[in-house]
Design a protein around this ligand. Structure first.
Ligand SMILES: NC(=O)c1ccc[n+]([C@@H]2O[C@H](COP(=O)([O-])OP(=O)(O)OC[C@H]3O[C@@H](n4cnc5c(N)ncnc54)[C@H](OP(=O)(O)O)[C@@H]3O)[C@@H](O)[C@H]2O)c1
Length: 161
């Protein structure tokens, strides 16, 4: 997210930060990635479905079929599908799906890359109460020739009250 919690604009990402993308790839590899239909469509065709991951799309369109992906019409149906499997499920956006998953209280860990710039986003990460989360820094990326913006990636673990 950017300094205003922005995560996207014109159904696209707002930055190209290779080390952030690499972290995303390594973290989600061989796991399940759950995303909104708009997020899926925003991924360039040559990169989707995301390889070596079970790609899951949420859409209200009960007729939607996407080759190489599982489609669910509700988050609950999706979570039920994976209920018995000891699989790591990653909610990978966009804004509507992050909001849905946080509202449904089915998130116990988050990785957030805080990009130290502002991009006039049109999609935002939901407001969260930081007191509910214990954070630790996993990446501090300084500006260099491949990274035009500084960012800090943090891991957040839900504090159970
Ligand atoms: N920086 C980041 O971390 C990050 C990550 C991912 C995406 N993004 C950006 O986020 C933007 C896309 O986000 P978005 O909020 O516009 O869309 P989105 O969350 O990717 O997808 C929204 C779609 O999900 C489906 N949906 C929403 N609520 C649902 C529910 N309760 N049950 C079933 N399906 C549901 C609907 O699909 P149907 O219309 O088909 O019914 C809806 O149109 C893009 O700009 C993208 O680049 C940023």
């Amino acid at each position: 997210m950017d300094a205003e919690n922005g995560i996207g604009k014109n159904n696209d990402l707002m930055w190209h930060l290779p080390n952030d993308m690499r972290f995303f790839k390594e973290t989600t590899m061989h796991h399940v990635v759950i995303m909104g239909r708009k997020n899926y469509e925003s991924i360039p065709e040559k990169y989707r479905p995301l390889p070596n991951r079970t790609n899951v799309i949420l859409s209200r369109d009960s007729t939607l079929k996407i080759q190489g992906c599982l489609v669910f019409n509700t988050l609950q149906a999706c979570l039920m599908h994976f209920h018995d499997e000891k699989e790591k499920l990653f909610i990978i956006g966009g804004g509507e799906i992050y909001k849905l998953a946080l509202q449904e209280k089915c998130i116990d860990e988050m990785f957030i890359s805080h990009v130290e710039a502002t991009f006039a986003a049109d999609v935002f990460f939901p407001e969260i109460t930081l007191d509910d989360w214990k954070s630790s820094t996993v990446i501090t990326q300084e500006i260099d020739d491949k990274h035009p913006y500084r960012f800090i990636t943090k891991h957040y673990a839900l504090i159970r009250h």
